[in-house]
Design a protein around this ligand. Structure first.
Ligand code: SMO
Length: 793
């Protein structure tokens, strides 16, 4: 282990410590939001727009109000002083927006909340929604970004002037010269489809206004309790100290729960109005229609290549479809900017430029979802590189290795400064694990037997931690301080409090590993408290693969300080010099005499009850530590290889094998890393082959149920093989880099490349996601037609 001494090497970090969450989760004992029952609790349901774009002329709620069991029906005009939710452009090229918490004079996408009913049961609330009569005047529907930017297009938000909500440009190196010098220029127009994160548990909110203390208690299945509090306190008209957000067990989030939604404000607001707790749990239609969608983007990308295959330069233009609203904290431009932030990947390209655009449409707002931006950018680039290899007659792996950056730290020309990794080694290791050359050798024979097997590679770099340096490099300048606290109770049991909140990331296990090693405590004495805004110190929350880095930095620092205090106290009790005292497995002792040591419980009792700390400064001896850190963030890297077989009669794609070599620096727990990688790869498979939110030309959501929105199951996800490389982060903490999104970032390109490789006898190019069977058959058909009409055949 290298880097920050805040995190000393110990016995738990790096080990396959069994997840302490699992007994609870696997036996159905975890308490999720919907398990929370409060006395006198009411239930809410939302009236949602069936139209994509319309003026709201009138909302008649009288009949709904008369239904027995209904306690209140509220439209925006009833929510006096509530909202709006602000999405403030983080830079001048991104327009700011304020979103009303229920429809104002217009609805702008199918599923937008127009009114809310509060009733004694969800059933009655739903029935009452049917009785709310909304009079609409339909407006022209902006169905895609082309229509959005067309002359004379209907404008979604008049206050913005037009629909172009963000336009960001950047250039590094002499791009003109690079393209002038090129022997080949190969380009791609790539479309990444609109998908959703689809957590098993949908969103949910409970509001409980406490009139006596004028305090709002909220339960919310968010990824970022403090950030949600910061962004909803003002719309609710409350100080942050008067808004308490408790996050129960969260059943998956993947970015979908890292945005601020109207319901996050409306439910607490109506609880205050009716003076009773109100619960709303999103149903699956609402989840598909009105929770954030993700990743819809067009990418034009071209690469300038020298005669010997050297990449000289790259240009990209992205145009993302963020739907109807910019939603905080990440906002509408996030997809479009993320896709170009990574555009040079693991390649040594000294000239690159991009134009990143975002144009509003009448669809559900785009939010973040595992690998946001990077997925589409990675897919476009890696598919383009396979196109280049085919165009100039080179092996795609060999061409990549020729252009790959060395494993040392590397500054790209368009922002990201990688802190060193295993860019080459991971590509070599992954292709070796996949038996890449063996597959190539067998391909020709298999084709003769009508078996179309292909292999695709996708080396990646993934920004992690959203840190003080990396955030700035990606266009989000800031420090992003996070905090953690550790306190020891009189019996020696230890609270570790973190505002980071797990949605499956195993915080209770990995944070306990970090704290136990840092303090010298027994892991079983540690209790992790996470997420709750009242009991845990300020934190940005868990997104952008930041929990490992932030946890290692903040908990590592607090644990180091706690250890120093325990050693000082033990030295006092043992009448020894602090330099001679060490602490391990919950006991402090003079080196060489462990039998005579003092347990942490004995030290704690000495402090709290024993009138102790006689010769130790009380402040130093206090067994409660708060630490704060703003680590720089990092870049993980690795390589995904996919092997597929395509049935050219049915168009069905079977993913035979996925291999992922993952370098996330110092590994906290290999089992957790493997779980993260496997889950992300499953989502990457869904992204590449199955998942798509589609809208009709008049803006109706066609993928409004799980019969229409396809997602991967065990039948589509093969065994996943993970290889580990550990290149510690040079800037700490403890060499940890963070991971969790690489599978979603890199798998789609590996699969698309494998499919194009399998179908190379037909000359098929694969330039969009998802790749359903009918698309495959169309690609084969049109390739066959082109071959039939071409003079070469
Ligand atoms: S898309 Mo993730 O929760 O940063």
């Amino acid at each position: 282990m290298t880097g920050d001494q805040d995190m000393p090497a110990g016995q738990y970090v790096g080990a396959r410590v069994v997840r302490s969450e699992d007994p609870r989760l696997l036996r159905g004992l975890a308490r999720y939001l919907d398990d929370v029952e409060l006395p006198r609790m009411l239930h809410a349901a939302f009236v949602r727009s069936p139209l994509a774009h319309a003026r709201v002329l009138q909302i008649n709620v009288e009949e709904a109000r008369r239904l027995p069991g209904v306690v209140g029906v509220f439209t925006l005009s009833d929510l006096v002083g509530i909202g709006p939710i602000h999405a403030v452009g983080p830079r001048p090229e991104v327009k700011s927006m304020a979103r009303a918490v229920l429809a104002d004079d217009k609805v702008r996408f199918v599923g937008e909340a127009v009114a809310v009913v509060v009733a004694s049961s969800r059933y009655i609330a739903e029935d009452a929604c049917e009785l709310v009569d909304v009079e609409y005047d339909e407006l022209p529907v902006i169905a895609n970004t082309r229509a959005s930017l067309a002359q004379g297009a209907a404008v979604l938000h008049e206050s913005l002037g037009d629909n172009r909500i963000a336009h960001i440009e950047r250039s590094g190196g002499d791009v003109e010269q690079a393209f002038a010098d090129a022997a080949h220029v190969v380009g791609i127009s790539f479309h990444h489809g609109r998908v959703g994160a689809l957590p098993l548990e949908t969103r949910g909110v409970i509001g409980d206004w406490d009139a006596g203390t004028a305090t709002m208690r909220v339960w919310n299945s968010t990824q970022m309790p403090h950030l949600l509090r910061a962004l909803t306190a003002a719309p609710l008209g409350l100080a942050e100290t008067k808004l308490e957000i408790t996050t129960p067990a969260v059943g998956g989030a993947f970015g979908l729960k890292a945005s601020v939604y109207p319901e996050d404000v409306v439910i607490p607001a109506v609880s205050r109005l009716v003076g009773r707790p109100v619960k709303w749990v999103e149903d699956r239609y609402e989840n598909l229609a009105a929770s954030s969608h993700a990743k819809e983007i067009d990418i034009d990308m071209e690469v300038a290549v020298a005669a010997d295959g050297t990449f000289l330069g790259m240009r990209a233009r992205t145009l993302s479809d963020p739907g109807a609203y910019s939603i905080p904290p990440f906002q509408a431009h996030h997809e479009s900017l993320g896709a170009v932030n990574c555009m040079t990947g693991v390649y040594d390209i000294r000239a690159a430029s991009y134009v990143s655009e975002t144009a509003l449409t009448n669809k559900a707002p785009l939010g973040v979802y595992r690998g946001v931006g990077w997925t589409a950018g990675q897919t476009a680039r890696e598919v383009l590189i396979d196109d280049v290899a085919r165009a100039i007659g080179r092996d795609p792996v060999e061409l990549r290795l020729q252009n790959c950056i060395p494993d040392d730290p590397y500054d790209t020309v368009i922002g990201p400064c990688y802190d060193g990794g295993s860019y080459r080694r991971s590509l070599e290791m992954a292709t070796e694990m996949a038996d890449y050359h063996g597959i190539r050798d067998r391909q020709a024979e298999q084709r003769k037997q009508g078996k179309y097997v292909g292999v695709g590679v996708s080396p990646y770099v993934e920004p992690t931690g959203f840190g003080a340096r990396v955030g700035t490099e990606l266009g989000y300048p800031g420090k992003y301080y996070d905090t953690a606290s550790i306190s020891i109770q009189a019996d020696g049991s230890i609270y570790v409090m973190s505002g980071l909140h797990s949605q499956g990331q195993s915080h209770e296990t990995t944070f306990a590993q970090l704290a136990a090693d840092g303090i010298g405590a027994r892991i079983e004495d540690i209790r992790i408290i996470q997420g709750d805004t009242k009991s845990t110190p300020y934190s940005g929350g868990t997104y952008a693969s930041r929990s490992a880095i932030i946890g290692a930095a903040t908990i590592g620092r607090a644990a180091g300080e706690m250890k120093r205090r325990l050693v000082a106290l033990a030295a006092d009790m043992l009448e020894a010099s602090v330099d001679d005292v060490e602490i391990s497995h919950g006991k402090a002792f003079v080196r060489g005499a462990p039998k005579l040591g003092k347990t942490i419980a004995e030290i704690a009792a000495y402090v709290y009850w024993g009138g102790g700390a006689a010769s130790v400064d009380l402040e130093e001896g206090a067994l409660s530590v708060v630490s704060s850190a703003a680590p720089p963030g990092s870049y993980s890297n690795g390589c995904v290889v996919a092997v597929v077989e395509v049935d050219i009669e049915t168009g069905k794609i079977q993913v035979e094998k996925v291999i992922s070599v993952e370098d996330c620096g110092t590994i906290l727990n290999p089992m957790v890393v493997e779980g993260q990688v496997a889950g992300a790869i499953a989502q990457g498979i869904g992204d590449a082959l199955l998942e798509e939110h589609s809208y009709s030309e008049d803006g109706v959501l066609m993928s409004a149920s799980l019969l229409d929105y396809l997602y991967p199951s065990t039948m589509e996800v093969p065994n996943i093989v993970v290889g580990h490389i550990e290149t510690p982060a040079p800037e700490g903490p403890g060499g940890v880099k963070g991971l969790g999104e690489s599978g979603t970032i890199a798998t789609p390109a590996a699969i698309l490349n494998a499919v194009a490789d399998a179908l190379s006898p037909f000359g098929v190019q694969v330039h969009s996601t998802p790749l359903g069977p009918s698309k495959i058959l169309d690609l084969i058909d049109s390739a066959r037609e082109a071959m039939a009409s071409s003079p070469q055949t």
